[in-house]
Design a protein around this ligand. Structure first.
Ligand code: GLY
Length: 357
């Protein structure tokens, strides 16, 4: 059985996971159970959930519209109202059944409703399984700016059932794969080498690699749960990646990117910057760029786009005293946090990305 046992936030994957989940619900014996899902997961994931759910209370489904553009305070407001109207009390339980938007937003709704009620994450996307559902970061976007409002608060349990991945379109799988690649880059050359050339992100056979990613994430958040230092490394590629994601959500000419698609670009750019500022080896930069660009379609940024993306960097949550601070790498697995990067190098990094063949 794949499990990480903790006082709060134990993680279970596949065999035995539903038993652990049902036992936990029996233990806390909630007054009511609400399942937050989105329009997709209500349809495609609720049946598997209900087949395995085994408790003598019928769960009530609360549905939100699908997609990052709904990860905002208005969606929370409608959920808080619905919970209130349906008689949720402090002993009610929320189960978040969905991808990163549902687990981030649902965790925030639970953490703030009546000053906080318990919640369980059941991630249904690869991205949420390996990253978003683990570590207790919950929140919403503020306008275009990613995850500006939120709290760190762990679910009582995370249940990973890789059968949910069968419901995912290919681009969603590739998006989650970006976060697995990130775990390799910040933590382990051997894991990077194992996953860098996955041809097909096949669900069968993915369990071991996915679990290794969860173990890496868990080791980081256990050492630094509130992001004082080490946890910042989980933001590798995200400083630029989040700015790119926000910009593309708003721009009419560039199509919106999934989170992992933006982070993949961010990782190529940031590894280039790591080469310039910390001597990251050229051949490894080449390996990373080619592995990522084989899998993720190149996006064309004009210089006006790049200027706007650079402006968005001021909203990054790692910034202090007005300084934009990056996580860079000396090599795979050797990181340095709080690095300042001049804008002219960022423009050079976009040139490198554009010209990469
Ligand atoms: N996704 C980054 C973190 O959990 O810290």
């Amino acid at each position: 059985m794949k499990e990480i046992l903790k006082e709060k936030g134990s993680i279970y994957c596949n065999s035995g996971a539903w038993d652990a989940f049902n036992n936990e619900i029996k233990r806390i014996n909630p007054s009511k159970i609400f399942v937050i899902s989105d329009t997709n997961t209500r349809k495609s994931c609720a049946p598997l959930f209900l087949d395995n759910y085994n408790f003598n209370l019928n769960p009530e489904f609360l549905e939100i519209p699908e997609g990052e553009t709904h990860k905002n305070i208005e969606t929370c407001l409608s959920l808080w109202k619905e919970l209130s109207e349906k008689g949720a009390d402090r002993n009610s339980l929320i189960i978040n059944l969905g991808g990163g938007v549902v687990t981030d937003l649902g965790g925030f709704v639970a953490s703030t409703f009546k000053r906080g009620i318990e919640f369980i994450n059941i991630p249904t996307s690869l991205l949420s399984m390996v990253d978003a559902s683990v570590g207790g970061k919950n929140g919403v976007d503020l306008g275009l700016i990613k995850n500006q409002i939120g709290v760190i608060n762990n679910p009582i349990l995370v249940l990973i059932d890789t059968r949910f991945l069968r419901t995912l379109p290919d681009n969603q799988k590739t998006s989650g794969y970006a976060e697995m690649l990130k775990h390799g880059l910040i933590h382990s050359k051997s894991y990077w080498n194992e996953i860098k050339n996955l041809n097909e992100i096949e669900i069968e056979g993915l369990e071991e690699l996915l679990w290794e990613s969860v173990l890496i994430k868990n080791s980081v958040i256990t050492e630094d749960p509130f992001e004082k230092g080490l946890r910042k490394t989980l933001n590798y590629g995200h400083t630029l990646g989040h700015a790119i994601e926000s910009y593309c959500l708003d721009d009419n000419e560039i199509k919106p990117l999934l989170h992992g698609e933006a982070i993949a670009i961010g990782m190529v750019l940031t590894t280039f910057l790591s080469g310039k500022l910390l001597g990251f080896p050229k051949d490894t930069l080449e390996d990373i760029s080619s592995s990522i660009l084989k899998k993720f379609e190149k996006v064309t940024f004009k210089s006006v786009d790049i200027d706007e993306i650079i402006k968005l960097l001021i909203y990054d949550k790692k910034n202090t005293n007005g300084k934009i601070l990056f996580v860079l790498l000396e090599d795979i697995g050797i990181h340095k946090i709080n690095c300042e990067v001049p804008n002219n190098l960022i423009i050079e990094a976009f040139e490198y990305y554009k010209n990469y063949k």
